[in-house]
Design a protein around this ligand. Structure first.
Ligand code: CA
Length: 671
């Protein structure tokens, strides 16, 4: 402690401040940095540094030859500016050097440590030091020609959530760069049975977007020990504006993670697939060592009245988006990913921890760049945030955030059962009482005269202005795989058996995703559901080994029928605008529910909805263990295009006046 005190005095003298330090009663009095939050501006003749830290007594910049060097090559005391930032310049070409800051601030409750600042754009191994590079040197060939795949409107999106390691780490993926960004650049990869894997599998499925699990630099994988083959989802951010090193081929080379990430985006774009980033601005890996704390202690986190840290993330802290510099940080970070990495959408983890005006500011900024850039998130938090409810971007407040979507736990849980009990089933288990919640999901959480809100599970009023604000899904990385969940929650008809058989499992999987893919919300699928993958019943696999998380691509040959069914439904949705009207008025005008028995949800998209070539489209989901008869609208003759696990848009067979829907299956017909 004594040593630190001596250093602090020395530092104050050496800094030679041209501006004296004002007194700040609290962090809320801090001035806002003028210009960019980014700390480093490189040019071949000089590199300029600018770190925002208003209450610091001194800030020292150190330059290193490598990310792990013990001693710096040189240091410089930065100069305080009126806007609370500290500036300095290093002359000459600094490309290839590493840097860190050390901040002495009386509000710091921890040891001052090296930090690359809050907005490093390149880092060394494990992200502890920043790297000075020319960002243009990281661009793959033809990067300036890379462009977003065409998309007319947001309602056209079909999202596939994917974890880099899940997707390609198993040798059965046939991929060379297994578990890496580059895995998604390899064409022609096949499973041992010769079926497409990797990026070709995505093309085959026909999804329009991939949502990649956290891919910024996170803390839980030691990048110096990749041979340990550790797994993590990555919800533990370190550097928000740099790709994660363990997904690169060389985490020691600061340019490789950046270039390879861009190559991945470029390859997906060429394949016609847009890329959504999962962003976790709501908390950091830890507090004492975080770049936020080490740069401006206490500013970026919310505290309770007693001074202790808020914990809405359930991870020990929550950030404070309502503070101007945190908001500016988030805006600039999102812009960085769009402009530097050509990202096409954002999924906000625990979005409800942030505040409505920050989310709206991000939407407004994205609208100026391209209104089809997707923005949605989780409309809930792990614990109650330290911010009044009216300001929070919770699901119930989505109407105050046009153009921003939220995941629908109403639809998810009405299908598979509640999040709090893996062994409790719902619609898919053949239990009655979930039909209205499913209707709510099908219309996209908007007001609709045929949705009885008194019978909807979690919401007592519609929360979306437009149907595209609802993310329609039955499973994601959280919780059990659909297969595991159905095994845990659906009682077998044969009382001698403990779990349902694979045949029934596949039927229910198809039924669930038919509801998801015919919802007026944005459909969302979790990687491997189309292969009937399981996670051996593990519910929270965030750090489980590959043996739990990796996709075994042998499954594709085994469950080809299921995979074809997903692809068939996706093609059907893409070919028929009635399924993606994108407008609440149109949905109310054209989507009519058909009265049906318990365990059945049926609706008609009538009168060439959305300009559809088909006049009426009828969708029927039957979760009962017996077939059901449903009277078809206007007593007319219809052509079945989806029935009993088959999809054929040319038509499977004709139905006169009534449709007989097989047990635990969905049917789609048109006339
Ligand atoms: Ca990392």
């Amino acid at each position: 402690m004594k040593n630190i005190f001596r250093i602090m005095i020395a530092a104050t003298v050496l800094a030679g401040c041209s501006v004296s330090k004002p007194h700040y009663e609290s962090v809320d009095d801090y001035p806002v940095k003028s210009g960019s939050v980014q700390e480093v501006k490189y040019s071949p003749t000089a590199t300029r540094f600018s770190l925002w830290s208003p209450n610091a007594d001194s800030v020292r910049l150190s330059i290193y030859a490598s990310a792990e060097a013990v001693e710096p090559e040189c240091t410089q005391w930065l100069k305080r500016q009126k806007d609370g930032s500290w500036q300095g310049t290093m002359r000459g070409d600094m490309q290839g050097k590493y840097y860190s800051f050390r901040v002495w601030d009386p509000r710091m409750q921890y040891e001052p440590e090296e930090t690359p600042g809050i907005f490093a754009t390149a880092v060394g191994v494990n992200g502890r030091r920043g790297a000075i590079i020319d960002m243009r040197s990281t661009d793959p060939e033809w990067w300036s020609n890379d462009c977003r795949p065409a998309m007319d409107k947001v309602a056209d999106a079909i999202i596939y959530e994917l974890h880099h390691r899940d997707y390609s780490i198993d040798p059965s993926s046939g991929v060379q760069h297994r578990g890496k960004f580059l895995a998604l650049t390899e064409h022609g990869t096949v499973s041992p049975e010769g079926l497409a894997t990797g990026i070709d599998h995505l093309k085959q499925l026909g999804v329009t977007h991939v949502q990649i699990l956290p891919s910024y630099d996170y803390g839980s994988i030691d990048e110096t020990r990749l041979h340990d083959n550790r797994y993590n989802w990555g919800y533990d951010p370190i550097n928000y504006n740099v790709p994660e090193g363990s997904y690169s081929t060389d985490p020691y080379d600061p340019t490789s993670r950046i270039r390879e990430f861009k190559q991945m985006v470029q390859a997906l774009h060429k394949a016609g697939i847009r890329v959504i980033l999962d962003v976790v601005y709501n908390h950091t890996y830890d507090v004492a060592h975080s770049n936020f704390t080490q740069t401006v202690p206490r500013y970026f986190y919310r505290t309770r009245e007693d001074g202790s840290l808020g914990n809405a993330s359930g991870c020990g802290n929550e950030t404070a988006s309502e503070r101007p510099m945190m908001q500016q940080f988030m805006l600039e970070s999102v812009r960085w990913w769009v402009e530097e990495y050509h990202i096409d959408g954002f999924r906000f983890d625990l979005m409800a921890i942030h505040d409505i005006s920050t989310m709206n500011a991000i939407r407004a900024m994205l609208d100026e760049i391209d209104p089809t850039i997707l923005l949605y998130g989780e409309g809930w938090a792990a614990e109650t945030p330290q911010l009044e409810e009216a300001l929070r971007p919770i699901k119930a407040n989505i109407a105050a955030m046009p153009g921003i979507g939220a995941f629908s736990d109403e639809l998810r849980d009405a299908l598979r059962g509640p999040f709090y009990d893996d062994h409790q089933g719902a619609f898919l288990a053949g239990l009655p009482g979930h039909e209205q919640s499913i209707r709510f999901g099908i219309v996209g959480a908007i007001e609709h005269p045929q949705v009885d809100m008194t019978k909807v599970n979690y919401s007592n009023r519609p929360w979306a202005l437009q149907p595209t604000q609802l993310i329609s899904y039955v499973s994601c990385h959280d919780d059990m795989m659909l297969t595991d969940r159905l095994r845990a929650s659906v009682k077998p008809a044969d009382s001698k058996k403990s779990v349902i058989g694979d045949d029934e499992l596949m039927r229910l999987d198809m039924l669930a995703q038919t509801v998801v893919l015919t919802s007026q919300g944005l459909p969302f699928l979790w990687n491997g559901e189309e292969l009937m993958r399981d996670k051996k019943g593990v519910h929270n696999s965030y750090c489980s080994p590959d043996s739990i998380n990796a996709i075994d691509w042998h499954l594709k040959a085994r469950n080809q029928r299921l995979c074809d069914y997903y692809a068939g439904l996706i093609a059907l949705r893409k070919a028929h605008p009635a399924f993606r009207l994108g407008d609440a008025e149109l949905v109310r005008e054209h989507l009519e529910f058909i009265d049906s028995a318990d365990g059945v949800v049926a609706f008609c998209l009538k009168d060439h909805a959305g300009g559809d070539a088909w006049r009426n489209i009828v969708v029927i989901a039957n979760a009962n263990r017996e077939s059901v008869k449903v009277s078809l609208p206007d007593d007319e003759s219809y052509t079945a295009v989806v029935a009993n696990g088959q999809v054929n848009t040319d038509g499977l067979y004709k139905c006169e006046k009534t449709a007989v829907v097989a047990a635990q299956s969905a049917m789609i017909l048109h006339n």
